[in-house]
Design a protein around this ligand. Structure first.
Ligand SMILES: CC(C)(COP(=O)(O)OP(=O)(O)OC[C@H]1O[C@@H](n2cnc3c(N)ncnc32)[C@H](O)[C@@H]1OP(=O)(O)O)[C@@H](O)C(=O)NCCC(=O)NCCS
Length: 175
């Protein structure tokens, strides 16, 4: 397992939709990040779906990370998530998750879920750091190995302001 030591500088990260011309950089990060990497076709097939969203994180013009997620009826499901090896342990993954949490509220959903391989301890620790918890084991989840997966979940707790706005809306509807 490679060790990425923590660094103190926080790069300024910008986000935008993933577009086709991002794919060479995204595929390079994907190959460096996963033993069973998605191919270009996997990305394209996934992003063609109406409820699938791809986002890239950039520092300057460089793509430093990306995520692909599905907006489901009552949750957001993360399908793919990676930060380029040379940009890890700088808080970029955390900023990507913060972005996703904002989307969750905007989309009126309460939960973010994802599957993580049982051997992928860095990702488990990372998502735990971001407020996710393992909720169940998915036995023999993968086609390419005999590994199990953990289903990890983040549950949004509405702030007092959001609770107040929701009850005001209910009062308006009831009057
Ligand atoms: C998991 C991943 C996205 C984390 O991205 P990152 O930008 O390095 O994460 P951050 O810098 O925001 O880390 C935040 C915290 O998560 C935890 N963390 C992140 N990487 C860790 C690691 N390798 N080992 C232990 N803890 C880790 C730490 O608590 C860290 O805080 P700290 O740096 O102050 O100690 C990145 O390692 C990655 O792309 N891995 C390969 C792809 C992958 O496994 N994706 C997930 C598939 S489910």
């Amino acid at each position: 397992m490679e060790i990425y030591p923590k660094t103190s500088t926080q790069p300024e990260v910008q986000f935008r939709w993933m577009v086709r011309r991002d794919l060479p950089e995204v595929l390079e990060i994907e190959r460096q990040s996963f033993e069973f990497a998605w191919t270009e076709e996997d990305f394209l097939r996934c992003l063609e779906q109406r409820n699938c969203v791809g986002t890239v994180a950039r520092v300057g013009e460089e793509v430093v990370g990306y995520m692909v997620y599905q907006i489901l009826k009552n949750r957001i499901h993360l399908l793919n998530f990676a930060v380029a090896p040379q940009w890890r342990r700088k808080g970029i993954g955390t900023q990507m998750v913060e972005r996703l949490k904002k989307r969750l509220v905007q989309q009126g959903r309460q939960r973010i879920t994802l599957e993580v391989r049982e051997t992928n301890l860095p990702a488990q620790l990372f998502f735990r750091h971001c407020g996710f918890r393992a909720v169940c084991v998915l036995r023999d989840f993968y086609e390419n190995t005999t590994e199990d997966a953990y289903l990890m979940q983040y549950r949004h707790r509405p702030s007092l302001k959001e609770q107040e706005a929701a009850s005001q809306q209910l009062r308006r509807l009831a009057s």
